[in-house]
Design a protein around this ligand. Structure first.
Ligand code: AMP
Ligand code: MG
Length: 488
C-alpha cells in the first residue's frame, strides 16, 4: 500500500541520520485525512486499523521504508544556528497515486541525533493546531504541508505548562528541504553538498530548471517566485506564520512548520501573536520583508553554484533577488483586485484599496468579515459591513468611490460580482479562539468533537454553511487570544 521511494536516503550520509521512530506505549488515532490518504494511494480504513495506527504513531516501520532525520541549520530570529535538523521528526518518502513523490513525516516521534535538549516529542495542542491550520490553508488554496493523521501516544510530555498529553502528527509535504538545509552545507564550505542538494531539489521539485542555461540560477529564480507568491497569499488572508526562520522556509514554496501561527481577527498591520517574538520581527506587515531576507540567505548559500568566481556569483545572486519585490507586488495586487471584485487593473486601485485598509484599522474591523461582507455590498447590501466598523459613516464615502470603480468593470451583473468576490474572500478561517477551544476540549476532556467539527467546517471556507455561522464569528471580548505559543 505504501510505495516507498527513498531518494533522500540515497543522498550522502552527512545529509541525514538514519533511525526509526521511537515506539510509544498506547497509540490512539485522533483523525485520518481520508481525501489525502486516497491521493497518496493509502487505504484510509487500513490507516485507522491497529496496524495502520502503529505505523502512524511510529511503533512499526512499514517494509521498504528507510526512516531518517534530515540535517539542516538556519537563522532563527536573525541569529545563525549551525546545527538544527529534525529533532523530533522522522521522514519516510513515498510516491503518490499521481506519480508525485511526497515526504511523510512523523512529527513528535522521539529523539534523534538532532534533538539537542529536546525530548523529541510533541504535545497534543500543537499537533491539533498544525492539523487544523494546515488543512485550512489547503482549503483556502494556499500552498502548504498537509496533515494526513494525528494520534495520541498515551505518554505525557513535560512542557512549561506542566504535563501534557503527547501526540504524533503525520505530515505530508512535496519536500521538507528548507533554506536552512542549503545553509547547513554552505556554512561548512561543503560546495559538493550544496550541489548535490541543488541537483536533488531540481530533479524533484523544479525539473524545468534542469534544462536552463544555469540550472542553479533557474532554481533560485523559481524559489524566489514561489516564496513571493506564497507570502502574498498569506497577506491576503491575514495569516501570520510567527516563526519565519530560514529553517522554517520551504524550498518547495509551501507553508511549513506551524508553530505559534495565527490569523488576525481585528485588522492591525502590526499584529504579532507569538510569545517569543518580542521585537515583532515576524509581525504581519513584516512578513514580505522577511521573505526577502530569507531568500537572500538562500541565494548566499547557492553562491558556489552561481558563477565562475565569487564576484560573478554575487552579481548573479543580486540580480536574481531583485525580482522579489515585483513578483510579490504582482501576486499581492492580483489577489487584492480579486478581493475587491476587480477583474482588470486600474491606476487608482491601490489608493482605493489602501483607503479601505485605513478604514479597517481606524474602525477596528474584523479583517475576514470585512471582506466577506464587502461581497454583499457589491449587491448594494451594506448593513453587515457597516456594522463591523466603529465609525461606519467614514466608510460610506469610500463605498461610493468603490461602486464607481466597480461600474468600470465590463463583465457581469452585481450578482456576478458578488459571486466572484465570495470565491476570493473566505467566510471561515481558523480563528484562534476556536482552535484554543478545540485544544482545551481534547486536552482536558478527551473530547475531539470540537476539533473534528472545526476541521470539517474549515474544509469549505468559501461556502456560507449557515448551520456553522458561529465559526465565522470573531471572538467575544473575553474569548480573544492575544498570544500563541510554540509549545515545543
Ligand atoms: P521548530 O520551532 O519546530 O521550527 O523547531 C526548531 C528546531 O528545534 C528544530 O531543529 C526542531 O527539530 C527542534 N525541536 C523543536 N522541538 C523539539 C523537541 N521537543 N525535541 C527535540 N527537538 C525539538
Ligand atoms: Mg522548524
Amino acid at each position: 500500500m505504501f510505495v516507498f521511494d527513498n531518494t533522500y536516503a540515497r543522498l550522502p550520509d552527512r545529509f541525514h541520520a538514519r533511525l526509526p521512530p521511537t515506539p510509544v506505549s498506547a497509540p490512539r488515532l485522533i483523525r485520518v485525512n481520508t481525501a489525502l490518504a486516497e491521493q497518496l494511494g493509502l487505504e484510509p480504513v487500513f490507516l485507522a486499523s491497529p496496524e495502520g495506527v502503529a505505523i502512524l504513531a511510529g511503533n512499526r516501520v512499514p517494509e521498504g521504508a528507510e526512516p531518517l532525520a534530515m540535517a539542516y541549520a538556519g537563522h532563527q530570529f536573525g541569529n545563525w544556528v549551525p546545527r538544527l535538523g529534525d529533532g523530533r521528526a522522522i521522514l519516510l518518502e513515498v510516491r503518490g497515486l499521481d506519480g508525485v513523490r511526497y515526504d511523510i513525516q512523523l512529527k513528535g516521534s522521539g529523539p534523534t541525533p538532532f534533538s539537542r535538549n529536546g525530548d523529541g516529542r510533541a504535545a497534543l495542542g500543537p499537533v491539533l493546531r498544525e492539523y487544523i491550520v494546515s488543512e485550512a490553508m489547503q482549503a483556502l488554496g494556499i500552498p502548504t504541508t498537509r496533515s494526513l493523521a494525528a494520534a495520541t501516544t498515551g505518554e505525557p510530555v513535560l512542557r512549561q505548562e506542566g504535563m501534557l498529553p503527547g501526540a504524533v502528527l503525520t505530515r505530508v509535504s512535496k519536500s521538507h528541504v528548507r533554506v536552512g538545509t542549503f545553509e547547513f552545507f554552505a556554512n561548512h564550505g561543503d560546495s559538493d553538498g550544496v550541489r548535490a542538494l541543488g541537483d536533488y531539489v531540481i530533479a524533484r521539485l523544479y525539473p524545468d530548471a534542469a534544462t536552463a542555461a544555469n540550472p542553479y540560477l533557474a532554481l533560485l529564480d523559481s524559489v524566489i517566485a514561489r516564496t513571493a507568491s506564497l507570502i502574498a497569499r498569506w497577506q491576503l488572508v491575514g495569516f501570520i506564520h510567527g516563526v519565519m526562520n530560514t529553517d522554517n522556509t520551504s524550498i518547495a514554496g509551501e507553508t511549513i512548520d506551524y508553530g505559534p501561527c495565527a490569523f488576525m481577527d481585528t485588522y492591525d498591520s502590526a499584529t504579532v501573536f507569538s510569545s517569543i517574538d518580542r521585537g515583532g520581527r515576524y509581525a504581519y506587515d513584516q512578513q514580505p520583508r522577511i521573505g526577502y531576507w530569507n531568500l537572500t540567505r538562500f541565494a548566499q548559500a547557492l553562491l558556489p553554484l552561481l558563477g565562475e568566481d565569487e564576484d560573478a556569483a554575487i552579481a548573479v545572486a543580486q540580480n536574481a533577488i531583485k525580482a522579489y519585490p515585483s513578483v510579490f507586488e504582482g501576486a499581492y495586487a492580483e489577489g487584492m483586485r480579486a478581493k475587491f471584485g476587480f477583474t482588470q487593473a486600474h491606476a487608482d486601485d491601490s489608493a482605493l484599496i489602501g483607503t479601505f485598509f485605513r478604514h479597517m484599522a481606524d474602525g477596528r474591523a474584523d479583517f475576514t468579515l470585512a471582506f466577506r461582507y464587502l461581497c454583499e455590498s457589491a449587491e448594494g447590501r451594506d448593513e453587515k459591513l457597516r456594522a463591523l466598523f466603529d465609525n461606519p459613516a467614514a466608510l460610506d464615502v469610500w463605498l461610493a468611490k468603490w461602486r464607481e470603480r466597480l461600474a468600470l468593470e465590463k463583465s457581469g451583473s452585481p450578482a456576478d460580482c458578488c459571486t466572484r468576490m465570495r470565491a476570493a474572500n473566505p467566510a471561515f478561517i481558523p480563528r484562534n479562539h476556536r482552535i484554543e477551544a478545540a485544544i482545551v476540549a481534547a486536552q482536558e476532556r478527551q473530547d475531539f468533537a470540537p476539533f473534528n467539527e472545526l476541521v470539517e467546517v474549515l474544509a469549505r471556507p468559501y461556502s456560507d454553511q449557515p448551520e456553522f455561522e458561529r465559526y465565522a464569528e470573531p471572538p467575544k471580548p473575553d474569548e480573544v487570544v492575544r498570544q500563541t505559543f510554540c509549545g515545543t
